[in-house]
Design a protein around this ligand. Structure first.
Ligand code: IPD
Ligand code: CA
Length: 266
């Protein structure tokens, strides 16, 4: 299968999963459990959407590996792994804010963001009616229209960030905000890292930074940014919570300079 063909399958599954998430949202959301902290929630829909994605992969690509937010990891034999966040922006979803997404990436190599190579990605935001897609070497698109990151920020960079669920991390995350504000024209906290990264790819944001993301939060978005001509890195600041930064080459370099830390390009 070529990257383009994988990309078509990823987009098709993301579209179907997005439709299910939107339908369940319209029917009313029920909380299934809390996870790492009280603020870290999972809804019945997160589980059902991940199951739909997993079932489709099992049927159509039975030898591929899987790494999902709700059901964990399973190694495959093909060298490809699907990295899935069934609903990124679960808190928005639970509150009825339409900024949530289904995020699906296919990566090649060890299922570890330090070394894997992106093959294809889709971020479907059904509440916003948008589907972002990318395939290796083929660029990134929004509903079929080619995307590119911004290259100039004469009025300062429009940045986005996010905060972890553990209240103990908030002070450190706010200190990071203070560190990057000198280059910002303004700052957004939209509630879905996958959408933040898709927006960087689309040139709707100039840059993004967040500590402590999980691989399924950023795998698809990072492929979108790359294919749109941008850069994504993980900065090792305090080991368990690396910082993901993304942007066009200039904003990416400025974020790296202001935040510091050892850099792993993705
Ligand atoms: C969260 C979102 C949010 C980010 C959090 C993530 P979830 O994912 O991406 O924007 O700030 O760090 O955990 O829990 O909604 O899948
Ligand atoms: Ca997520």
């Amino acid at each position: 299968m070529t990257a383009v063909q994988v990309g078509e399958l990823v987009a098709d599954i993301a579209r179907e999963a997005g439709d299910l998430a939107k339908r369940r949202r319209a029917e009313g959301v029920s909380l299934a459990a809390t996870k790492s902290t009280l603020a870290d929630i999972v809804t019945e829909a997160d589980r059902e959407v991940e199951q739909l994605i997993r079932d489709r992969i099992r049927t159509e690509r039975p030898d591929d590996g899987f790494l999902g937010e709700e059901t964990g990891a399973e190694r495959g034999a093909s060298g490809l792994t699907w990295v899935v966040d069934p609903i990124d922006g679960t808190v928005n979803y639970a509150y009825g804010i339409p900024t949530y997404s289904v995020s699906i990436a296919v990566v090649e190599g060890e299922p570890n963001p330090e070394s894997w190579q992106g093959v294809a990605a889709a971020v479907c935001a059904p509440g916003l009616g948008e589907l972002f897609t990318a395939a290796r070497g083929e660029g990134a698109c929004l509903d079929g229209v080619r995307l590119s990151v911004t290259t100039e920020t004469p009025a300062g960079a429009l940045l986005a960030t996010g905060f972890g669920y553990d209240p103990a991390t908030h002070d450190g995350d706010l200190a990071m905000v203070r560190q990057v504000m000198p280059i910002a024209r303004d700052l957004r906290r939209m509630g879905s890292a996958a959408i933040d990264l898709a927006y960087v790819a689309a040139g709707r944001l100039d840059g993004f930074f967040e500590r402590g993301l999980n691989p399924w939060d950023f795998a698809a978005g990072a492929i979108l940014v790359h294919e749109a001509g941008g850069l994504v890195s993980r900065l090792e600041l305090d080991a368990p919570r690396p910082m993901v930064i993304a942007g066009g080459p200039v904003v990416h370099a400025e974020l790296q300079r202001l935040i510091g830390g050892a850099q792993n390009n993705m």
